[in-house]
Design a protein around this ligand. Structure first.
Ligand SMILES: [Zn+2]
Length: 292
């Protein structure tokens, strides 16, 4: 009998991983943000960025290619995916993103929270409070945009309001690689401050439609090839929904219900403390739905 393949433990290490020829992912380590770097016959393409880890990313990038990036894609608006757009714009990079992502960046800037919301969450941002502005993507799409560049095809596809309002994926049909942004995380609890769990659970069905060989999550280590990562996410979300629903029957208020949801079987996933906030959000959604 062949030995059962052991699943590798979540990686705490940051650094570049090669997915296919010319397709690299900077894995954030310990569940922090992942970025893409795709070599083409023209200049490289970068997917997402974060000013807080510019140095780590660009140092690694220079070991892979001597060329400067030519194109940048944003999967959604969050600071940890777009805060270094300005760095790329300054070198003449053309950037692409969804219209909702652009709206959300301006909303957070107008509310004065763009940088402020990141204080105390990982690397220091205090020195950026007064100086860093949002720098939204230049080319804005609504539902779908296909780009042929340097011998590769990239499709930017808007999915739905799930993790944020502008959640989009980048699909490479020839290579069968799907950059899922924060619609998918691997062995890492999702963030749902601005999202919608109901839409999110439905979106897994859409993600399953892609004949993907490699799926790149927005956070967490690289998953095994294939689509199991979608199943893993769906299973966790449904367990969260189920346990929260049960707690809500017993404890009535969303806050009290959330305190009693533990998801112990997901204790080893990164960002486990997020379970409480996620259960709270889920409980509010269930309550709203029951009222209708
Ligand atoms: Zn993220």
């Amino acid at each position: 009998m062949p030995k059962k393949q052991k699943e590798s433990a979540p990686s705490k290490k940051s650094g570049f991983v090669k997915i296919q020829d010319g397709i690299h992912v900077y894995v954030g380590g310990s569940g922090s943000t992942n970025f893409g770097l795709i070599l083409t016959k023209e200049k490289p393409v970068v997917i997402d960025n974060d000013i807080r880890c510019r140095k780590e990313f660009t140092t690694g990038m220079k070991k892979i290619t001597k060329k400067q990036p030519g194109i940048l894609f944003n999967t959604h608006h969050n600071f940890d995916h777009t805060s270094d757009n300005g760095y790329y714009h300054k070198m003449g990079v053309m950037s692409f993103g969804n219209s909702f992502a652009v709206e959300e960046m301006y909303r957070e800037e107008n509310e004065g929270i763009w940088v402020k919301q990141m204080v105390g969450r990982g690397p220091k941002v205090e020195h950026l409070l007064k100086t860093l502005k949002v720098d939204p993507p230049k080319v804005i799409f609504e539902n779908l945009l296909t780009i042929e560049y340097g011998g590769r095809i990239f499709q930017l596809i808007y999915i739905d309001h799930c993790h944020t309002k502008g959640d989009s994926v980048i699909w490479m049909p020839k290579e069968k690689v799907l950059f899922a942004g924060d619609l998918l995380t691997y062995k890492t609890h999702p963030v749902n401050r601005l999202g919608n769990f109901h839409n999110w659970i439905s979106a897994f069905k859409i993600l399953e439609e892609f004949p993907a060989k490699h799926i790149i999550p927005g956070h967490g280590p690289m998953p095994p090839t294939g689509k199991k990562i979608i199943q893993d996410n769906k299973k966790m979300f449904l367990k969260l929904k189920n346990d929260t629903g049960r707690a809500l029957k017993k404890y009535t208020t969303p806050a009290k219900a959330a305190e009693n949801v533990h998801l112990r079987e997901y204790e080893k996933w990164f960002r486990y403390p997020l379970v409480k906030a996620n259960a709270h959000k889920m409980a509010q959604e269930i309550k709203r739905k029951n009222r209708k």
